[in-house]
Design a binder for this molecule. Structure first.
Ligand code: ADP
Ligand code: MG
Length: 199
């Protein structure tokens, strides 16, 4: 199936989630994420501001700040994304595509992020990600610009067995949902068993 059809199908499904379902599932996914050893060890964490029923991220922000971590959010800048520190969520202002963006002036390089939480329309079981079709994250995160750990955050209903991918598509190291954590790092072989059992 082409990327466009998968996008439409998953976005339609996610749109129908009720707010309380979104909140409950988001809470579970966020609790799993903030319990990850890499999150606990991180000094700088990248987050996103949710739109269109993406998994909420307020709890991750709260946990990160409570643990004294620097938190950065992406901002669209000249066809690319830049990451800017946010100490308080009131510093986020409505920006490109209706997304809440940071208002500070100093950008942090993506490779300086210990962990980046990445939103998506869909993710597959080898770690590929489907975005809204603009390739922003692909452009910012490839090669030497890659952060320490890329963590896709989504609901179970956004997982598909296999996504079509192109050479520019960036793979995740982990995917966190309300039900599980999928680990694609070489030492994360155990989660492959989970994948085989459940899909
Ligand atoms: P998304 O990841 O948002 O689902 P795509 O993977 O289809 O979207 O990418 C959209 C477009 O972004 C691609 O057709 C490509 O032109 C552009 N793009 C993605 N990554 C890069 C890159 N590293 N360098 C230049 N252009 C890129
Ligand atoms: Mg892509």
């Amino acid at each position: 199936m082409p990327k466009k059809s998968i996008r439409e199908e998953i976005l339609a499904k996610r749109k129908h989630l009720a707010l309380d379902t979104c909140l409950a599932r988001s809470l579970k996914a966020q609790e799993s994420l903030v319990a990850m050893p890499e999150f606990i060890a991180a000094s700088t964490v990248g987050l996103y501001s949710p739109i269109h029923n993406e998994v909420f991220t307020e709890e991750i922000f709260r946990a990160a700040r409570a643990g004294g971590r620097q938190v950065v959010y992406p901002r669209v800048s000249g066809g690319s994304l830049e990451f800017v520190a946010v100490e308080d969520r009131t510093q986020l202002k409505r920006g490109a595509f209706g997304v809440l963006e940071p208002s500070g002036s100093e950008a942090v390089m993506s490779q300086a992020l210990d962990l980046l939480v990445v939103p998506g329309v869909a993710f597959d079981l080898v770690g590929y990600r489907l975005g809204y079709g603009k390739g922003f994250y692909d452009r910012v995160l490839h090669g030497e610009k890659r952060p320490g750990l890329l963590v896709g955050l989504c609901f179970e209903l956004q997982l598909v067995a296999e996504l079509p991918f192109e050479a520019h598509d960036v793979k995740m190291d982990r995917i966190v949902t309300e039900d599980r954590i999928l680990d694609y790092s070489p030492q994360g072989q155990a989660s492959t068993d989970t994948i085989n059992q459940t899909l």
